[in-house]
Write a protein that binds this ligand. Structure first.
Ligand code: URA
Length: 307
C-alpha cells in the first residue's frame, strides 16, 4: 500500500512537472509528518481509526484514541487523496500520517511565532494592535474560518469575540459544542486597516488574503479537522476562489485541502438580517455539519427555527 501511495505521489508530481510546475507547496506540518515512523499497516486496511463524538452539550470535540469508525473518517495512508472539487484548490499532496500531539504543539508554537512576527503586509503590520492567530483545540474535528479580525479581535488578539463572534459562539453551543472544542481562525491574521476612517471594517483584498493564507493552510494541515465551515462570502472566496454567490453555495459540500467544507453565511450577516428564514438556513448548514461529524441531534435541535 505504501508503494502504491508512493507511485501515486510520483505520478502526480510527474504530471505537475509535465505541465510546467517547478515548485510545490510542502508545509512544516507535512514535513514533520513525513519524519514520523509509518504506522503499521492494518491487516485489512480501513482508515486510521478516529474518535466518535462523546455525548453531551458543550463537550469537547477532540480527536483522541481509541476511536471507533465514524461516517467521516480521517483518510489513511492507504486511501487515495480525494478529487479536487474546484479549480485552484490545492489539496495536501498526500494524506500524512497522524501527527502526534507533541509534534503538533511544537509546530503550532513555531507557526504562531512566525505569524506574530509577520510584516509581509507592511500597511497591516503597522496598523494592527494584535495579531489574531486563531483559538481552540489543536485536536478539533471542526474548524470555523472567517475572513479577518475586526476592531474587537484586533484589540483582544482572538478571533470572533465581537458581536458577530458572540453569535458564532451561540451557534457552536447550539450544536452541543464549546468554543474550546473547535478551532476558530481567519484567512487574514491582521485587521484590515481603515485609513481615514475612525470606525468600521473593510473587506480584505485578494492580495492580502493570498499573502496570508499559507499560514491558514499550515493550521489546517496540522489540525486536520474532519469538517471546515467557511463563514461568509469573503471567506469562501478566499478559500475557493470566485464561485457562484454565497446564497447559492451555502449548504452545499465542497472539499478544501482534502477536507469536507461547508460554506454558510457569516454571523455578521445574521445580525444585519434578523429574518428567521436566514437563521434557519445557517442552522440547516450546521445540522449537515453535525450529521457529517456523527454528532447526536435532538428533536429540539432538528426543529430550531421551524414554526
Ligand atoms: N469577522 C470575521 O470574519 N472574523 C473575526 O474574527 C471577526 C469578525
Amino acid at each position: 500500500m505504501y508503494d502504491q501511495l508512493l507511485d501515486a505521489a510520483i505520478q502526480h508530481l510527474q504530471e505537475l512537472k509535465s505541465r510546467g510546475v517547478r515548485f510545490g507547496e510542502v508545509t512544516p506540518a507535512t514535513l514533520s509528518a513525513l519524519g514520523q515512523p509509518l504506522p503499521a499497516a492494518p491487516a485489512r486496511g480501513p482508515a486510521i481509526p478516529q474518535t466518535s463524538m462523546p455525548p453531551g452539550a458543550g463537550r469537547p470535540l477532540a480527536q483522541s484514541p481509541p476511536p471507533p469508525a465514524t461516517p467521516v473518517e480521517r483518510r489513511s495512508v492507504t486511501e487515495p487523496a480525494p478529487a479536487l472539487s474546484l479549480p485552484g484548490e490545492m489539496p495536501a499532496a498526500a494524506a500524512p500520517a497522524a501527527i502526534s500531539p507533541d509534534t503538533k504543539a511544537a509546530a503550532f508554537t513555531d507557526l504562531r511565532q512566525r505569524v506574530e512576527a509577520c510584516v509581509k503586509c507592511p500597511h497591516l503590520a503597522s496598523s494592527r494592535r494584535k495579531v489574531v492567530f486563531g483559538v481552540g483545540s489543536l485536536e478539533a474535528e471542526l474548524m470555523f474560518i472567517g475572513e479577518a479580525p475586526g476592531a474587537d479581535e484586533d484589540e483582544q488578539g482572538e478571533p470572533f469575540v465581537g458581536k458577530a463572534g458572540q453569535l458564532l459562539t451561540k451557534i457552536i453551543q447550539a450544536m452541543g459544542l464549546s468554543r474550546d472544542a473547535v478551532y476558530i481562525a481567519n484567512i487574514l491574521k491582521c485587521r484590515p486597516d481603515t485609513p481615514g476612517q475612525s470606525a468600521g471594517n473593510r473587506k480584505p483584498t485578494p492580495e492580502e488574503m493570498q499573502t496570508c493564507i499559507p499560514f491558514l493552510h499550515e493550521q489546517i494541515d496540522l489540525i486536520r479537522p474532519k469538517v471546515v465551515v467557511a463563514l461568509g462570502a469573503t471567506a469562501v472566496e478566499g478559500l475557493l476562489g470566485k464561485t457562484i454567490g454565497i446564497t447559492k453555495l451555502r449548504g452545499t459540500w465542497k472539499t478544501y485541502r482534502g477536507i469536507p467544507l461547508m460554506p454558510t453565511y457569516h454571523p455578521a450577516y445574521l445580525l444585519r438580517n434578523q429574518a428567521p428564514s436566514e437563521k434557519r438556513r445557517v442552522w440547516e448548514d450546521m445540522l449537515q455539519v453535525m450529521d457529517r461529524l456523527a454528532l447526536p441531534i435532538s428533536e429540539k435541535q432538528r426543529n430550531y427555527f421551524l414554526k
